[in-house]
Write a protein that binds this ligand. Structure first.
Ligand SMILES: C[S@@+](CC[C@H](N)C(=O)[O-])C[C@H]1O[C@@H](n2cnc3c(N)ncnc32)[C@H](O)[C@@H]1O
Length: 383
């Protein structure tokens, strides 16, 4: 017999008035199915950490009725009855998974066989009697004497041993299984979205390019409207403008200094945007002609910039010139200090919307808004 102890939570208040202790003890007999929970309608969407709330909004908009929403870092978990048919309409997510089973696991290598044994009877709803090719991935957090690779291998081997599956590879498989181990619990999911979803099929990227789902989240944060005149002045491969074209607009403009990336943007965007070569600090857009800017500025790392402070200063002044009075700019950069101090200096309203976790960095999403009504004394520097 094994005794499993789930995490014990203790909440206290300083004055000692309120103390709450919760503990769940769970005993299982070896090989028994106790402490196994099966799920029918629970899903997990993954996304860049920091954008979970945007994903929740999108899921609610698409599926209307969802329940039991919970957010973990980079994950949104929810119950819904009608997910499978529409999952490729979710553009803010990296992937969507369906949860099948959660069970208790031991922490030692000797427990791996047990983990394998607990997945073999799961019906992954593959709609076929033929053998399915599978891949298995795993994540692990907490103290264990096995690795996530051991877990993935064990589950894959156990499933293949049933005779219902064969091993596939990343490029060729019909079923992708995911196991997430967190301390004493293991959750088993099937991936519903194809890996192509987040790369948008034939979309080409450029250095410093954003993953399309992140670009889509930025666009959603701008609250797109059908009469928007939209502009990305640091467009790179055009990822943000491409995601903006998913919504109605009056016009979409995109520009960049680098002619190589502009060629990539042209092949990505085709007729959906007006693409031109321009320095974002003197953009050629007319005064007060743009309602929404969404852009990913160079952070001075992957894309080298001689004087980043000067670039940001001139760009924020240019923003003041081109945005309509109640226009807004959603910008992504890790140069938080520069943006906040420049906004102070220029009298631009600046809101820090959310911090992302991306490639080991923590860029901030800002919303800048014009908060003046009178004409401008500043004119762009000569080209
Ligand atoms: C972080 S990347 C943008 C990537 C883009 N969001 C994407 O997903 O492909 C920054 C871009 O700014 C461009 N850039 C740098 N300085 C510029 C300037 N002064 N004016 C216009 N574009 C500039 C670079 O060529 C680069 O493509």
């Amino acid at each position: 017999m094994r005794l499993y102890i789930f995490p014990v939570t203790i909440h206290t208040e300083n004055d000692g008035i309120f103390i709450f202790i919760s503990a769940i003890l769970c005993c299982t007999l070896e090989g028994s199915r106790a402490c196994v929970r099966n799920y029918l309608n629970r899903y997990m969407a993954t996304c860049v950490p920091g954008m979970e709330f945007v994903v929740v909004d999108e899921i609610k908009e698409i599926y209307k009725i969802i329940n039991n929403i919970s957010i973990k870092r980079g994950k949104v978990i929810f119950d819904c009855l009608t997910v499978d048919a529409n999952c490729d309409r979710l553009r803010c997510i990296d992937n969507l998974y369906k949860l099948f089973r959660v069970f208790l696991v031991g922490r030692h290598k000797a427990d791996l066989t047990d983990i394998g044994a607990r997945v073999t009877d799961i019906d992954f709803e593959t709609d076929s009697k033929a053998k399915r090719s599978i891949i298995v991935s795993a994540s692990r957090s907490g103290k264990h004497t096995y690795s996530r690779y051991d877990v993935a291998y064990q589950i894959g081997r156990a499933l293949v041993d049933t005779g219902r599956y064969v091993l596939g590879d990343n490029a060729n498989h019909e079923l992708a299984i995911r196991a997430d181990i967190a301390d004493d619990s293991c959750s088993i999911y099937k991936q519903l979205t194809s890996s192509q979803l987040r790369f948008r099929g034939e979309f080409f990227s450029a250095p410093g390019g954003l993953r399309p789902p992140i670009a889509h989240c930025l666009v959603r944060l701008s609250k797109p409207k059908s009469d928007d005149v939209f502009y990305d002045p640091f467009c790179g491969a055009g990822t943000i403008a491409y995601e903006r074209s998913y919504f109605k607009s009056k016009k979409i403009y995109a520009s960049d200094l680098n002619s190589d990336v502009l060629n990539i943007a042209k092949s990505n965007l085709k007729q959906s945007a007006i693409i031109f070569s321009a320095d974002a600090t003197r953009s050629m857009m007319k005064d007060r002609s743009v309602s929404t800017v969404v852009t990913n500025l160079p952070w001075g790392k992957q894309i080298a910039v001689e004087d980043i402070y000067h670039l940001y200063f001139c760009f924020l002044k240019e923003l003041k010139r081109i945005l309509i009075a109640n226009g807004k700019a959603i910008i992504l950069t890790d140069q938080v200090f520069i943006i906040t101090s420049l906004c102070d200096e220029l009298g631009t309203q600046c809101t820090q919307m959310t911090e992302l976790s991306l490639h080991g960095l923590h860029p901030m999403v800002f919303m800048l808004q014009n908060n003046w009504e009178e004409g401008l004394s500043w004119t762009p520097p000569p080209a």
